[in-house]
Design a protein around this ligand. Structure first.
Ligand code: TXA
Ligand code: MG
Length: 323
């Protein structure tokens, strides 16, 4: 099978579908981050995702569908989840829902859980799923534990040599992964903050969105503490820059001694939180250079997408689990 990077245009939908049908991996752009896709009903194909990412086998995958109707083939959709899907799909919101019996989803996808994570992504990916007419399992297209890719170059650097087809759709418009929720009786549980803010969900749901404690949340086994980690160390909420550091800035006011920084990238000079989300992973990767021992990060406000940005930053700064 030829190794190719093709533009994400409608002329290449057929090619992506052919690869998926043959059980091959395909990197696909989404509005959040690039996904490493495989036929979710094909165990051999799904196993390759885990192998390429070096992903722990206990960490389940999100299955991508073209719309709500397709989701209902695989999971039981309660009325509130339906309402939220109807409002936010296609878009960066993932639902954890009871898996249907005989869904055809390979058990490797759910790592044996009785629930399935489903999402309908924006853009060409959705058209590919519709043409394929089968669910596509796709985690972020990076090695496990590393910074998620928001452009095709980042994918290529990380896992490019191991994937037969990459569709290049340019930079991702949201830039941070989907929000993951689970609808309970009279509340919505937030498993991972992401591209749709808590406030947006609360407005449509009419219920509070509660953060599930990460350590009791075995329901989200992928919520490992150290994640999104560049090689350089990461120091958060800095007010002053030290020797040897690069600065990941936010807004118009600089930390003290910023002139010492080896390099500076500003997530959003005007303090726009959505703009900051689109740059976060790309800038972390760009500052992760050999001459930089540590990335110092200025405080990012927690409102809106700031919750997801801070979640990723805390994980990037967490003690590393492996060398
Ligand atoms: O924006 C996104 O969600 C991207 C794009 C490609 O769609 N995908 C993504 O996938 O971020 P991944 O594999 O990097 O993260 C999926 C998360 C993991 O933390 C996993 O533990 C959690 O979803 N997850 C998957 N299935 C689950 C389940 N049944 N219950 C709880 N958590 C689940
Ligand atoms: Mg990921």
């Amino acid at each position: 099978m030829k190794r190719m990077i093709l533009p994400a245009v409608k002329e290449n939908i057929g090619c992506a579908v052919d690869y998926l049908k043959q059980g091959a991996l395909v990197v696909l752009p989404t509005e959040t981050v690039y996904g490493l896709g495989a036929d979710a009903t094909n165990g051999v194909a799904v196993a390759q995702i885990f192998a390429v990412k070096e992903r722990p086998q206990f960490n389940p995958l999100i299955v991508h569908v073209s719309d709500v109707n397709m989701a209902m083939r695989y999971v039981e959709v309660d009325p509130l989840s339906y309402k939220l899907m109807d409002h936010f799909w296609p878009g960066p919101l993932t639902f954890i829902l009871p898996l249907r019996r005989k869904s055809g989803i390979h058990p490797l996808v759910t790592t044996g859980l009785t629930t399935l994570a489903v999402r309908s992504p924006q853009g060409i990916f959705s058209k590919i799923i519709a043409a394929f007419d089968a669910p596509v399992a796709a985690p972020s297209a990076n090695r496990s534990g590393r910074v998620s890719p928001t452009n095709a170059v980042a994918v290529t650097e990380d896992i490019g040599s191991q994937v037969p087809l990459i569709l290049d759709g340019g930079p991702c418009s949201v830039g941070i992964e989907s929000t993951i929720i689970k609808v309970g009786g009279d509340a919505v549980l937030l498993l991972r903050p992401g591209g749709i803010s808590r406030a947006e969900i609360e407005k449509v749901a009419g219920f509070p969105v509660l953060r599930l404690d990460q350590h009791t949340a075995i329901e989200a086994p992928g919520m490992l503490d150290s994640h999104y980690a560049p090689d350089a160390a990461v120091r958060l909420d800095v007010v002053e820059i030290y020797e040897g550091e690069a600065l990941l800035a936010f807004g118009s006011k600089r930390a003290k001694k910023s002139e010492k920084a080896i390099a500076i990238l500003n997530l959003s000079p005007f303090g726009d939180i959505k703009e900051a989300a689109t740059h976060l992973f790309d800038y972390l990767r760009r500052l992760d250079r050999r001459d930089i021992s540590r990335i110092a990060v200025e405080p990012v406000p927690p409102e809106g997408l700031g919750e997801a940005i801070n979640d990723r930053l805390v994980r990037a700064a967490a003690p590393r689990e492996k060398g």
